[in-house]
Design a protein around this ligand. Sequence first.
Ligand code: ZN
Length: 331
Amino acid sequence: MNIGHEWVIDFIRRVLAEGRAHHAYLLTGPTHVGKLTTALAMAQVLLCEKQTGCGQCRHCQLVGRRIHPDLRILELPADRRTIPIRDVHEFTQGIALKPLEAERKVYIIDSADLLSEDGANALLKTIEEPPPAVTLLLTATDPARLLPTVVSRCHRLSLRRVPAEVIQEHLTANLAVDASQARTIAELSHGLPGWAILAQQQPEIQDEQRQRGRDLAELLQSSRLDRLKYADTLADRWSGHNEQVLDVLEIWIDAWRGLALSKAGLTGQWQNLDLTSGQSLDLADVRTALAATLDTLEALKANAHPRLALESLLLLWPRLPIQPLPALPSR
Ligand SMILES: [Zn+2]
């Protein structure tokens, strides 16, 4: 179910009705914003017998169950960090053949930014010149990792974070979550519907999110030594659980961004992290910390050394003056 990105569906219906659909679309946006869900909703419109994504016809139903014969999806295998070329070959096999049941075929490449290098090269020709009856839908969290020729061939659709009220509404109306719980999850989700749904199923994820916000507030008052210890603990989780470490950085980026907004006099939309202590920092320091955290996230994705990257990040963050609290470690 599409949450908060209905404009994409309206858009694809319109271009289809006007006969000016592109061959390839690239959906970008943060993890858990709903890129694959939106791509599937687009596929429904593209394959629907009324070209509306009515949800009722046989085509819509088959797409909904991901078993439409003219729909193919290439995804990152659960045990891999990149999509191997073998999967790419399997995916493109028979792509030039006519559609079996619908008027066209839809090929979705989820996380196209995680294609292996040879996998991406193997797809290049398909993306540059898709067979006439094929519409390609690519998703990417980090479009900078895509080959420029790929990006230039796609019509780009950027998915933004969804307002908390929209997520809250979805949780109460469709998942029977009670109102106050839905509000809490929606606020913690930072505009990411996919995260909200996961957190509703696995409440421990909510605790983790809260804890990371508290950790940041504490780290700002910590000594160099404590920051290094924290960085090392986090770095130890990298092998095997690198996505958890990336999640932590995402949470921190949100917190810094929220703080920068509120310091600039704009009301941050996501005020749930307890960063009241950060209000005494300079805006310039907050901006530097935000930029450094963003850079570290990118560097880690590009295989930087996790311990070094995290240590230098935490040392670069500003330090809050020691608060008049007796239990605080001093150096
Ligand atoms: Zn339909």
